[in-house]
Ligand binder design. Structure first.
Ligand SMILES: NC(=O)c1ccc[n+]([C@@H]2O[C@H](COP(=O)([O-])OP(=O)(O)OC[C@H]3O[C@@H](n4cnc5c(N)ncnc54)[C@H](O)[C@@H]3O)[C@@H](O)[C@H]2O)c1
Length: 437
């Protein structure tokens, strides 16, 4: 056995602050309140239902993750956030139309209490919303100070020592890192001179890190993944993770693609179509926001299939992703995948996947897990990029000289082995030869 890391005890409450109190955020908050009351089960949450095997198979030790690592208990979570509309969490959840009336009525009082703080909003980054609940500020620096003050007031009002931030705001227009983002010094200057390269998502992330708040990005927007903010997270020892929750179609892709590669089956093409009708879908109708999402969705196959290593199987894959806004569907998204594969001697076959998903039902437990794991990382003094949380993201962050790991099963192994390591248990390598010696 290795040596366990020193981890501060969870004690007190944990605040979860979310820029963006829309479908995902309110489904998460309502769900946790329902779980607290014993009305529903936290299905989909690894921290609540998952186990981790320890030692050899013959030892029969598989505790629940939440009993193995010192996580904050769900009963002690407190919520807050910012939104570009003034609806409280109850009204926003009703408008999102994800949860049924019975569920929402049972936690109405709790949700009513959660009123969004005015958003740091910039119509250049989200075109499709006519925001009504926004902060007035002169420079991004001023906006940062406002968000920092919001965080301090939230902590004071709720008597909290620890807070984490999970970005659940609308997808911003596609942007690539540029001069203002390359170093912390450049970024600080950009904050002062109102450089349009500074987006709201970056303002929230910067404010969080300056307030010692760990940060995860659930949206595909460029935020903590710019070098300036990664540097800030390292300097301040703050855990960060991202980006873009891996919920429906991409999650499925990162299950099927490793399976094809494991069997050395070839792939000619993968066509993915989606219809969705929630506000996320409406924002994604804008070509610039759509590009952020498409880039995020497209990267996974290339990394999993490694065409350079297997040119005869994966060299010229045709990978197409389409997302269409179709209002009647609301949050009940539907995805179709047509996968053209080939086997022995090049004979073609097809796989069809029709996933009738619920976007926010898949995303909500991830918000919970990320909040609890980020807080654990902070108490374990693990700053910077948390690669072990890649499991939750379509575009996982990794150091610049490492390629991101997309294979869901490697991601899961990495996550569980990280938990084993910080608790001083052996990592599990699955050779199993020792049983037969
Ligand atoms: N649901 C999923 O399965 C899933 C998966 C991956 C990523 N995401 C991402 O998560 C995010 C949230 O998704 P959703 O379905 O809840 O969307 P949503 O449209 O219901 O909620 C987003 C909320 O953010 C608010 N907002 C926009 N700009 C803001 C700003 N600058 N500050 C504060 N609030 C702001 C909007 O008013 C809206 O209420 C989106 O970026 C989406 O792409 C969702």
């Amino acid at each position: 056995m290795g040596e366990a890391r020193e981890i501060k005890a969870p004690g007190g409450g944990l605040g979860v602050l979310m820029p963006g109190m829309g479908a995902v955020a309110t489904t998460f908050m309502a769900g946790v309140e329902l779980v607290k009351k014993g009305i529903a089960e936290p299905v989909g949450s690894l921290t609540q239902l998952g186990t981790v095997r320890l030692g050899k198979r013959t030892e029969d030790r598989s505790p629940k993750i939440k009993e193995f690592v010192p996580l904050q208990s769900v009963g002690d979570l407190v919520f807050g956030g910012w939104d570009a509309f003034p609806d409280d969490a109850y009204e926003a959840a009703v408008a999102a139309g994800v949860l049924e009336k019975d569920h929402l009525s049972a936690v109405r009082d709790e949700l009513r209490e959660i009123r969004p703080m005015p958003a740091v909003f910039d119509p250049r980054y989200v075109h499709r919303l006519s925001a009504t609940h926004v902060r007035e500020y002169g420079s991004p620096r001023e906006a940062v100070e406002m968000v920092r003050e919001d965080i301090r007031v939230f902590k004071r009002d709720h008597g909290l020592d620890r807070v984490v931030m999970i970005n659940c705001a609308s997808t911003e227009a596609y942007a690539q890192p540029r001069e203002a983002h390359f170093t912390l010094e450049n970024f600080e200057r950009a904050l002062d001179r109102s450089d349009p390269a500074v987006s709201p998502a970056m303002i929230y992330a910067y404010a969080a890190l300056m307030e010692d708040v760990p940060y995860a990005n659930g949206a595909p927007s460029l935020a903590v993944d710019i070098p300036a903010l990664t540097q800030l997270a390292d300097e301040r020892g703050m855990p960060i993770a991202g980006k873009d929750f891996k919920t429906g179609q991409t999650w499925m892709k990162t299950i099927i693609a490793p399976g094809l590669k494991a069997r050395m089956l070839g792939l000619e093409g993968w066509f993915s179509a989606n219809i969705l009708g929630n506000r996320d879908g409406e924002v994604l109708e804008d070509p610039e926001s759509l590009k952020s999402k498409e880039v995020s969705k497209l990267s996974v196959l290339e990394h999993i299939l490694q065409p350079k290593l297997y040119p005869e199987l994966y060299e010229d894959i045709s990978h197409v992703v389409k997302i269409n806004y179709y209002p009647p569907r609301g949050d009940a998204k539907e995805g179709w995948d047509n996968i053209d594969i080939y086997g022995w001697l090049g004979y073609p076959m097809q796989i069809k996947v029709n996933f009738l998903a619920r976007d926010s039902i898949l995303a909500a437990p991830m918000v919970l897990d990320l909040a609890l794991f980020l807080d654990l990382a902070q108490r374990a003094d693990m700053g910077g990029i948390q690669e072990w949380l890649s499991f939750y993201f379509k575009s996982p962050m990794a150091l610049p000289d490492l390629y991101p790991e997309h294979d869901l099963f490697i991601q899961q192994m990495k996550l569980k082995n990280t938990l084993r390591t910080i608790m001083g248990e052996e990592v599990i390598h699955h050779t199993g030869l020792d049983y037969y010696e």
